[in-house]
Unconditional design. Structure first.
Length: 225
């Protein structure tokens, strides 16, 4: 999609949906079983509105504060927006995240499990929860270690949380397919049907390997600082 930055938002969105459909067909999957999350971090509302006008309704943000600053006003005009937190979550922001987001992709440690459980109980609602796996065992990245995943899921369930799926970000310089396949195996092993994997550079591979949610930023919004 080298020339996507020359396209308008509706054209970019349609092109990505077409590529998702093609990858799904190759994997004998239904394209409607893959949710496209438009990752709007560092984007002003003016950049988001054209995508909403083009029909996009799922959006992702990396930081709670940034989402609080721009999404309430947008949601007043578009009540059907589904908002996903795709970045790391500090435990002291758990209540704010539960109040604002429909899905949280970054459950990765016991302290956050406890904070989310308290926040969900007080709010009387629970967002869709993904356990984030440090699939490449990279020390600079967030996510639960593979060996610690069963314990994390068990602790979350014991705290009254429903973990629906797994999320990962493969190592940047390596072929992502083995990491996506591994996340699928871990999800199957733990009885989790939902897999958040695949970004602008590798979402077609992720779809072919079972992604139910792909997180697309640059391919929709262009390069950002």
């Amino acid at each position: 999609m080298a020339d996507s930055e020359d396209h308008n938002p509706a054209t970019r969105l349609a092109e990505i949906h077409s590529r998702i459909a093609h990858a799904a067909a190759l994997a004998r999957r239904r394209p409607e079983d893959v949710a496209l999350i438009a990752v709007s971090k560092n984007c002003a509302a003016d950049a988001i509105v054209p995508l909403i006008a083009a029909g996009q309704r799922r959006f992702g943000e990396n930081r709670v504060q940034e989402a609080q600053d721009k999404w309430p006003a947008l949601r007043e005009r578009h009540a059907d927006i589904e908002l996903h937190l795709v970045g790391q979550l500090q435990s002291n922001k758990a209540a704010d995240a539960v109040a604002l987001f429909d899905a949280i992709h970054s459950l990765d440690r016991p302290s956050l499990t406890a904070a989310l459980a308290r926040a969900c109980e007080r709010a009387g609602r629970q967002p869709l929860l993904f356990a984030q796996v440090n699939i490449g065992a990279e020390p600079q990245k967030g996510g639960c270690a593979i060996a610690a995943l069963p314990t994390l899921i068990e602790e979350a369930r014991g705290a009254g949380l429903t973990v629906s799926g797994l999320m990962c970000v493969p190592p940047t310089a390596l072929e992502p397919a083995p990491y996506f396949a591994l996340l699928g195996e871990l999800a199957d092993r733990n009885g989790l049907p939902v897999r958040s994997m695949g970004m602008s550079g590798d979402y077609e591979t992720a779809v072919m390997l079972g992604a139910t949610h792909v997180r697309i930023g640059t391919a929709l919004f262009g390069a950002r600082a």
